[in-house]
Design a protein around this ligand. Structure first.
Ligand SMILES: [Mn+2]
Length: 440
């Protein structure tokens, strides 16, 4: 065997539109639009500086089936830059960019291999001496929906001693957060005899198994607040006895955060603002060269909750922080180091002794016990959600919107409803009642 080095990337989603975040200034919006391309540039630079023998991309190069001309041109340019350095690329297409998508016609590139709809295997060679380095097996999505277990096509010829790499866009072990395309199990992959499963589809970076390696590198640029943290690819060095050594490299230019701020003990708006600004500074220090987008999740219990409940304080602070962000971007004419607050999600509660309330023989006590029970029992929670949301489903538009909400989000609604009930029923309504009595 010969030692060699390759890059495993997936889910480039070039030219993602970043819909769903409103209130963005034009400059910030175009910086976001450019981010998937900027990450692609970094990927190419990395391949060149690491002197890899080849690059594999495990599907979803483009974000949409009608991939923009810009996305295609930029991707071809990237491939040409790799070709100029003698770096080959092996590519499969996934559910977002299947083979039947309309694409511009471009001449075949000598150094690029795009796998077709039928399983095939090719031999990759080492760059400097052209010696065979690895067998690469792969299969692309012919259409956007592949429901067959395509991993079963991958079978190693036991006589073949070369390192085996499998390129597959698939949902392994049925991750419920993603569409179950090309469903397969870890055992299917382990049983194939391949040494490294270069997977795509799930955007969260994860190593499911080692020896054989089963790897999702995640996408190269986060696209929403659900895709937080570092994004990038793996550089894999395989030594001459076929042992892979992986190193993660970040490639993102915009990073997403979800930060929790407990409001316990926060006295007033000013203290709250300082806390938020402190956290923003921390994020800025974490990634000074990137733009960061953060969602703050307010938890805990405290007197500040009364003020957060009607949403005004959080809204006003949000607008102020966004206004400052735009101003500083204009002043420094750059978005590096910018921290954009996407929203505040109020999940806090009023200051109450919840344990005491739970034991209380009252309507509120009863309600909290019921809430506790539904939280613990999946069935009664689903039943409660179903009956509560049922009246809305007669409206087509609402029904459509509801179908896109997952269980986790609905559970948050239930928690929120519980906090509102405590707020309204426990006499914690900004002490209004008490005050009127005092004044009377
Ligand atoms: Mn994808």
């Amino acid at each position: 065997m010969v030692s060699f080095k390759f890059i495993h990337a997936a889910d480039l989603h070039l030219d993602s539109q970043f819909k769903g975040i409103s209130e963005l200034s034009e400059g910030i919006r175009s910086f976001l639009r450019e981010s998937t391309f900027a990450s692609l540039d970094r990927l190419v630079q990395l391949a060149i500086s690491e002197q890899v023998d080849f690059l594999v991309i495990s599907g979803d190069v483009y974000d949409a089936q009608d991939s923009s001309l810009q996305a295609q041109l930029r991707f071809h340019e990237a491939l040409d830059r790799l070709g100029g350095q003698g770096i080959r690329a092996y590519i499969i297409h996934g559910n977002h960019d299947p083979l039947d998508s309309p694409r511009m016609k471009s001449g075949k590139k000598e150094h690029v291999h795009v796998f077709g709809p039928e399983f095939e295997q090719v031999v990759a060679i080492r760059r400097q001496d052209k010696r065979p380095a690895a067998v690469i097996g792969g299969i692309s999505y012919p259409t956007s929906k592949v429901t067959e277990n395509t991993s079963l096509h991958f079978r190693r010829n036991r006589e073949e001693s070369l390192f085996h790499i499998a390129l597959l866009h698939a949902n392994v072990d049925g991750d419920p957060a993603h569409e179950t395309y090309s469903p397969c199990t870890r055992q299917d992959l382990i049983g194939s005899g391949y040494d490294y499963w270069a997977l795509g589809h799930i955007h969260k970076r994860q190593v499911l198994h080692e020896r054989p390696h089963i790897v999702y590198p995640g996408n190269i640029q986060g696209r929403s607040v659900r895709e937080t943290g570092k994004k990038g690819c793996y550089v894999v060095q395989v030594n001459d006895i076929g042992e892979p050594n992986m190193e993660f490299h970040e490639l993102d230019t915009v990073r997403w955060f979800q930060e929790t701020i407990p409001i316990d003990g926060v006295e007033d708006e000013e203290a709250f603002q300082l806390l938020v600004e402190d956290r923003m500074q921390y994020i800025r220090n974490e990634c000074p060269g990137k733009m960061s987008i953060v969602r703050f999740i307010l938890t805990g219990r405290g007197s500040l909750h009364e003020k957060l409940e009607d949403g005004r304080i959080a809204d006003e602070l949000l607008h102020e922080l966004q206004r400052r962000a735009v101003r500083s971007a204009v002043e420094t004419s750059g978005f590096e180091g910018l921290v954009w607050v996407e929203s505040f999600q109020v999940r806090s509660g009023p200051w109450v002794d919840r344990h005491a309330l739970l034991k209380e023989d009252s309507f509120l006590g009863e309600l909290l016990r019921f809430a506790q029970q539904t939280r613990e029992e999946g069935n009664s929670r689903s039943e409660l959600l179903r009956s509560a949301l049922n009246p809305l489903t007669s409206n087509r538009e609402l029904s459509r919107l509801l179908s896109g909400i997952d269980e986790e989000e609905k559970t948050l609604w239930l928690n929120r409803a519980e906090e509102m009930a405590i707020h309204l029923l426990s006499g914690h309504q900004e002490g209004k009642g008490d005050k009127e009595i005092d004044e009377a």
